[in-house]
Design a protein around this ligand. Sequence first.
Ligand code: FAD
Length: 264
Amino acid sequence: MRILVCIKQVPGTTQVDIDEKTGVLKRDGVESKINPYDLYAIETALRLKAHWPEATTLALTMGPPQAEQSLREALMMGIDEVALISDRAFAGSDVLATAYTLSQAIQAIGDTGIILCGQQTTDGDTAQVGPEIAEFLDIPHATNISAIPECQANAVTVQVDLPTTEETIRLPLPCLLSVNKGIHTPRLPSFKRKKETREVAVRRMTLADFPDTDPDHYGLNGSPTNVVRIFPPEHHVTRETWEGSSGELAGRLCTYLRDAKFLV
Ligand SMILES: Cc1cc2nc3c(=O)[nH]c(=O)nc-3n(C[C@H](O)[C@H](O)[C@H](O)COP(=O)(O)OP(=O)(O)OC[C@H]3O[C@@H](n4cnc5c(N)ncnc54)[C@H](O)[C@@H]3O)c2cc1C
């Protein structure tokens, strides 16, 4: 059985420019790192492996060729195998198309008992990819998981953080779990593992490897989202200084707030 972790490479800084014409992040030359939430998913995979001695761990990412760097880091943390999904056919994928692509890759890889995701990413931030993968694969899923108190041969029991309470649920395998930062402290990548895994090959996957090879189901063509415009928040800093008696100032402030539609 495989314990598969989905990881995403994200910009290492929040100072990323947006291409005004295309509305896409200008990622070239920007330092990248593993999405911080996915480090918790990697740590969970490594700990879960102890419950199924025959299990192997695999980290999967969809991204440009340089995303290999994140997979190498996952190997340095202790992951056994890594796979990179990269193909021009996937360019422009929205969340649904990304989840569909990942679900197709997971089917192609096969023998997956548990799929782990981070709770959300620090760039897209939708927290939708995990549950959507599970829906495409038609398997049970749970999000916001803060603990996995019990593992059985064919099921896991998880603790889910809800806004005002906690819920304990049991999911049969295969299933998908999105973990939050409360679950475990991620270990650091080790230099010893770096040396040991230098020769580990990255499995490369393209559209041709998938059960569904229809290009219309991927990338921009397979994305129902229509982004009208993306822009950095505009800052309006205007300052006015008023003088007068407190009564005059209060009246003026009231008029100002009414004109700005803050008061009716
Ligand atoms: C119309 C449109 C076009 C877009 N075009 C592009 C584009 O051309 N290039 C581009 O880079 N982005 C593009 N995006 C953004 C892209 O859709 C998101 O980066 C992607 O769907 C992941 O969403 P998220 O970051 O909100 O992930 P979340 O749902 O917040 O992530 C939850 C978890 O899912 C897993 N996960 C998420 N993404 C990946 C991944 N790629 N590989 C493995 N695991 C993952 C991780 O475990 C993560 O912690 C586009 C978005 C839209 C709406």
